[in-house]
Design a protein around this ligand. Structure first.
Ligand code: HSE
Length: 312
């Protein structure tokens, strides 16, 4: 990397996958996991090169979210958006409810600030990314790592980190089809009953307490939801069966990851049994899927010296 006036010619950023809507935390609570995408941005004629997940369908023009993120970082400084070459190495499954869009936006923002010689202020990055994405539950953990609660306060966002037990694993069932967030939001009504609001409020508080105090026995109920999962079970056939199968396999709790279609389970043992049970349940519903067993990561988006050297 060469520099001119403290402005590097190129930067590389690593950003984690995230599961939004953690249990009852619809649009509010998300968690970062140890699955990463990398973005390298260099000065030069505009170009978007994509390798890895989604390479066959993602746009290679200004419509790519890495470009939107970088542009937002330049606009935030009142600077002209220069010619930039973007190289994406996508390790995060594309459009599966694992925060690939947020990761793209966040990596573009972090790279955009770095190319201007600036560090990334997490609060500013969150404002910019949530503005593009519309909600904070993926972008907050993508920027900050860990399990993050994000709430809107007037025009801004407040985040708070929930500590996670060291031995927690995330078992992720990743169906072989993509989910459309717009379709998955389209099935949600605008109103909820008081009973459903109470159901989720209590469980969201229970979830934060269960994770931060290590009361994993509470997770079965603390990951339940009535604000989006029942509605989305209509488009993701087999969701409830897959969640039950995860619990049968030994998971503490399981939930739809983001807007789906992936399902995430929390386990501290028997992770591969959990993965097997989830896969079998999916197969019975005609769903082919892969699984990943990963740990949550407390590390969020960060610059790396050169692609590939950013391992935690
Ligand atoms: N909270 C969002 C949703 C996550 O469920 O629609 C997906 O972007």
């Amino acid at each position: 990397m060469t520099t001119q006036n403290n402005r590097p010619d190129s930067v590389s950023v690593r950003v984690p996958a995230t599961a939004a809507n953690l249990g009852p935390g619809f649009d509010s609570i998300g968690i970062a996991v140890d699955l990463w995408s990398e973005l390298t941005v260099a000065h030069g004629p505009f170009e978007v090169v994509i390798e890895g997940d989604g390479a066959d369908v993602l746009p290679r023009d200004e419509g790519n979210l890495v470009v939107s993120g970088a542009r937002a970082a330049y606009e935030a400084r009142g600077a002209e958006f220069p010619g930039l070459k973007f190289r994406c190495e996508n390790g995060i499954p594309f459009a599966r409810g694992l925060g690939s869009s947020s990761a793209a936006i966040v990596s573009g923002i972090v790279a955009g600030f770095a190319l201007q010689g600036d560090g990334t202020d997490p609060e500013e990055a969150l404002e910019l990314a949530a503005e593009i994405e519309g909600h904070p539950d993926n972008v907050a953990p993508a920027i900050l790592g860990g399990c993050q609660i994000g709430v809107k306060n007037g025009g801004g966002w407040i985040t708070s980190q929930v500590s996670i037990p060291d031995d927690l694993h995330a078992v992720i069932l990743i169906p072989d089809f993509v989910g459309e967030t717009s379709e998955a939001r389209g099935v949600l009504g605008d109103e909820v009953t008081r009973a459903d609001a109470v159901y989720n409020i209590g469980r969201a508080a229970l979830l934060a307490n269960a994770l931060s105090t290590g009361r994993l026995d509470l997770l079965k109920h603390a990951t339940e939801d009535r604000l989006h999962q029942p509605q989305r079970a209509g488009i993701y056939k087999g969701l409830n069966t897959i969640i039950k199968a995860a619990l049968t396999g030994g998971a503490h709790g399981a939930f739809l990851s983001g807007a789906g279609p992936s399902v995430m389970a929390f386990a501290t043992e028997h992770e591969y049994t959990v993965a097997y049970e989830m896969t079998e349940a999916a197969r019975l519903h005609g769903i082919d899927a892969s699984t990943r067993v990963v740990r949550p990561t407390t590390r969020g988006a960060h610059l790396i010296e050169s692609p590939g050297d950013g391992a935690n």
